[in-house]
Design a protein around this ligand. Structure first.
Ligand SMILES: [Zn+2]
Length: 138
């Protein structure tokens, strides 16, 4: 527990995601479809390594109703992920309000959840950032 939350406010405009993590996100999004899936991202520096699924009771059409008391206190959380069961990537105003409170990188996965082409990354202001997939060799 030596992490300093300030350090995690990275202003990088390129994020990386482990291939396994990406596949996990796509799989869970498919499973929840046509409902929205939501989770928190864990990682180090500019690499997204893991997803924490937000407890099932909080799922529904309104991701912003997430119960913050259910989210474990964990400073390795660097952002969030949620699915858009429609085709749109664009974060809603509610999404952006949530982004500002939840870290520095936010992924939106859109239907049909095929691969990296259906994943977009945003910063806390809802500005698009680059996302690169890391395969196992890294
Ligand atoms: Zn959304």
């Amino acid at each position: 527990m030596s992490s300093d939350p300030q350090k995690l406010q990275c202003h990088c405009f390129r994020m990386k995601i482990k291939k396994d993590t990406l596949e996990f996100i796509l799989g869970v999004s498919k499973k929840f479809h046509p409902n929205e899936f939501g989770g928190l991202l864990r990682g180090k520096n500019d690499i997204i390594e893991e997803v924490l699924i937000i407890p099932a009771s909080t799922f529904g059409k309104k991701f912003v109703t997430t119960r913050f008391d259910m989210i474990p206190i964990d400073y390795s959380i660097i952002g969030s992920v949620h699915s858009h069961p429609g085709h749109r990537f664009k974060p809603s105003n509610a999404d952006i309000r949530f982004f500002k409170k939840t870290g520095s990188v936010h992924l939106i996965v859109r239907y049909p959840y095929r691969g990296i082409e259906d994943v977009a990354a945003y910063d806390r202001d809802g500005k698009k950032i680059d996302l690169e997939v890391l395969d196992k060799k890294h």
